[in-house]
Ligand binder design. Structure first.
Ligand SMILES: C[S@@+](CC[C@H](N)C(=O)[O-])C[C@H]1O[C@@H](n2cnc3c(N)ncnc32)[C@H](O)[C@@H]1O
Length: 275
């Protein structure tokens, strides 16, 4: 069975063809998704992607789904996982409706970052990491557990690993792909420096590729997208369920310990119909 995971990031598994722009591992093929998928039509039985589509504009996202349709075999399954715009908006409204409450005021600080900062940030990490550091410093248990439940991220671990990436660890973990990436970003950094400093910040977006959201989906817009491209049997499932054979054995939407990897996601599947 031929399976593709596009925009896999660090979440790749053997038995799949894993592709990403940032390839730091020999199992990940470096490919820019703004280019057509480098596979012939009717090639894959399954295509999966998690938290990638929202990093493309609406039109480019649609082109990418069309590409998936092209390279899928008839009866092949496409599974797309994205943050759920509707759930985030409903949570925002729940909080704003009870904003006089002290707990709601604290939760507001996070939900507004979840909703807006992901779209508008121009620096790596944006307001999110500043907020994580702040709640950790304040030992603000209720905010920490609120954010962790929404994101599935152990923020203590995340910030600690950010801080502890020593020079020794960096040198030790280097490989050919990482080195290629480093040179690519070094080159971009040099080009950036040709722009006068006083306009640089307003002209340049310093988020990394795949960090910022450019569009968001709810079940209505995702279903419409799948339908426009030609998919049938469109359904919304959860992290534990899929029509992809043996999907629950994969460490993709579920972590190795059985917890959900990215809670609050929208899990959509569709089938490429027979001609
Ligand atoms: C938020 S991460 C999700 C990673 C992984 N799928 C997961 O669920 O943890 C988005 C990924 O999309 C990749 N990506 C974004 N734009 C891309 C592009 N134009 N070409 C290839 N990969 C891209 C990024 O490198 C990043 O690994």
């Amino acid at each position: 069975m031929k399976k593709l995971n596009f925009g896999c990031g660090h979440r790749f598994s053997s038995g799949w063809i894993n592709i990403d722009f940032n390839s730091e591992h020999p199992e990940v093929i470096a490919h820019n998704l703004l280019q057509p998928l480098p596979y012939p039509k009717d090639y894959f039985d399954v295509i999966y992607s998690s938290h990638v589509l929202e990093h493309f504009s609406k039109d480019t996202g649609e082109m990418l789904v069309k590409e998936c349709y092209r390279v899928l075999k008839p009866q092949g399954i496409l599974r797309i996982v994205v943050p759920d715009l509707e759930r985030t908006c409903r949570e925002y409204l729940r909080i704003i409706d009870s904003i006089k409450n002290e707990e709601a005021k604290k939760q507001y600080e996070w939900i507004i970052i979840e909703l807006i900062d992901q779209l508008v940030r121009t620096e790596h990490g944006g307001l999110m990491k500043t907020y994580w550091r702040q709640v950790l410093e304040n030992n603000d248990e209720s905010s920490i557990s609120y954010v962790e439940a929404r994101t599935g991220v152990d923020i203590q671990e995340e910030i600690a690993s950010n801080n502890s990436n020593s020079l020794f660890q960096k040198v030790f973990s280097i490989n050919q792909n990482k080195l290629k990436n480093k040179f690519k970003y070094l080159y971009l950094d040099m080009v950036k420096r040709l722009i006068p400093r006083y306009v640089r910040k307003s002209m340049l977006d310093e988020t990394s590729l795949g960090e910022k959201h450019k569009w968001m989906y709810d079940s209505y817009s995702m279903k419409s997208l799948f339908e426009r491209v030609g998919f049938s049997d469109i359904k919304f499932l959860d992290a534990h369920t899929s029509d992809i054979p043996n999907f629950s054995d994969e460490v993709l939407d579920i972590n190795a310990d059985g917890t959900v990897y990215l809670p609050g996601s929208l899990y959509c599947e569709g089938v490429k119909p027979n001609k």
